[in-house]
Design a protein. Sequence first.
Length: 236
Amino acid sequence: MFHQRNGLRGEIVELNPLRIVPQCAGGPVILPAVTYRVVVAASGRGSNLLALGDALAGRPEAAIVAVLSDRDAPVLEAARQRHWPTVRLLNPADPLEMAAALRACRADLLVLAGYLRLIPGEVVAEWRGQIINIHPALLPRHGGAGMYGRRVHAAVLASGDLVSGATVHLVDEAFDRGEILAQGTVPVLPKDSPDDLAARVLDVEHRLLPAAVLAAAAHGGPVAFTFDGSQVHVRE
């Protein structure tokens, strides 16, 4: 056991080292002092995680320091293959557990990349403005509780929308409600199936999320920007 002061309630709590990867529990991951420290939370395969890792590889501005999941998902093995520390949350609804993991890794930014749980309100409050999510539709349309994966794209097709895409937004206490930072768009084609549209949107996600993280690293926190598929223009 080791002890850490709980910033949420001001008390001393015991943390079980098995709940946090050794690299974070035993000491910080060694990175250049200027590196923006990114923790990624995901519940699925981790394609956005891997795309982000590829985009950050060899760059000094930002680095992935840990990967969290609320379940024994393939993303954890994908992270281990890249030698990123992993955290399997035992109780994703427990704010103390998630906050302890973020503090142990000295996170500057928490990125939700296909993370299917609502972030506990106490964690949102402590890291307000430092948590972003990527959603596979153009919010505020087709968001909210239960809107993830294939069902999002099915809803887009059922609505008759001619354009879809991906959104990066700040995270608050409700699903998909926080301030929109950037969006990337794709056309909805007449013969699209949900899987066809999902593949097209995923390609945008793989470019939009790294752009958002690098913009945050450059400005010391998440910023709003326009995105034309490759270029980023930060909005004043």
